[in-house]
Design a protein around this ligand. Structure first.
Ligand SMILES: NC(=O)c1ccc[n+]([C@@H]2O[C@H](COP(=O)([O-])OP(=O)(O)OC[C@H]3O[C@@H](n4cnc5c(N)ncnc54)[C@H](OP(=O)(O)O)[C@@H]3O)[C@@H](O)[C@H]2O)c1
Length: 254
């Protein structure tokens, strides 16, 4: 009997762009992809932090390069991706949060969150896909979305709107780009300890709410996301596109 073989989780020879890759979930994604053999381009606005991440990745034995990138500057980002690409893998992890009660949301905060989480992620996916299509190569595009793409939460109307939007473009792009063998998916984490969530973890009433909602009884760490990134980037997920992988400890199960 000939047994079926598990498709490879290795990423040797693949090139990955990780936007927001010098901190938090993005740094975890960069480390995971490098460990799986990919050559990783770490990209965000702060060149010193990006440089430190690249140095750490190289010291761990990975292949890494630095890119200073502001995903809000669509034209500059497009030019940077075109010059450095094509990238077989994109992880959109650049993001921010400006939480407030919906009655008090300031237009500037709305624009800032939408501008990075939704508009920035959208156009970076477009740039990477256009590079792949021009090169005739398959690829895997991932956006770090959120459980807040599937439920709401207090003081999270803008953030949830931005992440629900991410799920929409992910499905639509998957439909358009399937014929190019470009897969488009999201990863939807629950609360993960990163610089982004420090203000939330400092509020005991929010920590109590979070622990009550997460069925596995603990908040997340960056390491909880790393396997999902490698899986969806790899040939092990070859038939997975247009969908969301919940990494939420069961938050959205009820
Ligand atoms: N932590 C969580 O609990 C959680 C849960 C669900 C989803 N997420 C999502 O996961 C993603 C990463 O969050 P995180 O928690 O890892 O936060 P983080 O540690 O603050 O990392 C976000 C990174 O995005 C980069 N960034 C921000 N604006 C940018 C821009 N205009 N252009 C390029 N890079 C930009 C920042 O680097 P620079 O300042 O150098 O640009 C920052 O290092 C976000 O989309 C977030 O919404 C997080």
């Amino acid at each position: 009997m000939i047994l079926p073989r598990t498709p490879s989780f290795r990423l040797d020879g693949r090139r990955a762009l990780v936007a927001g890759g010098a901190s938090g979930i993005g740094l975890g994604a960069a480390a995971a992809l490098a460990e799986a053999g990919a050559e990783v381009m770490v990209a965000s606005r702060r060149g010193d932090v990006v440089g430190a991440a690249v140095e750490a990745l190289r010291q761990a034995g990975g292949k890494a390069e630095a890119m200073v990138l502001d995903v809000a500057d669509i034209e500059a980002a497009r030019a940077a991706v075109s010059a450095a690409g094509p990238f077989d893998i994109l992880v959109n992890s650049a993001g921010l949060a400006r939480h407030s009660p919906a009655t008090e949301t300031a237009p500037g905060d709305y624009d800032a969150v939408m501008g990075i989480n939704l508009r920035g992620a959208y156009f970076l996916a477009q740039s990477v896909a256009n590079g792949l299509i021009a090169a005739g190569k398959p690829g895997s595009i991932l956006t770090i979305s959120s459980q807040m793409a599937h439920v709401g939460g207090p003081e999270r109307a803008v953030y949830a709107a931005s992440k629900h939007g991410v799920e929409g473009f992910t499905k639509a792009m998957a439909i358009e780009w399937g014929r190019h063998r470009i897969r488009v998916n999201t990863i939807c984490p629950t609360f993960i300890r990163t610089p982004l969530t420090e203000p939330t973890f400092e509020r005991p009433e929010l920590v109590a709410w979070i622990k009550e909602k997460i069925k596995l009884g603990r908040t997340g760490e960056v390491e909880d996301i790393m396997g999902a990134v490698v899986f969806l980037a790899s040939d092990a997920a070859a038939l997975i596109t247009g969908t969301a992988l919940m990494v939420d400890g069961g938050w959205t199960a009820d």
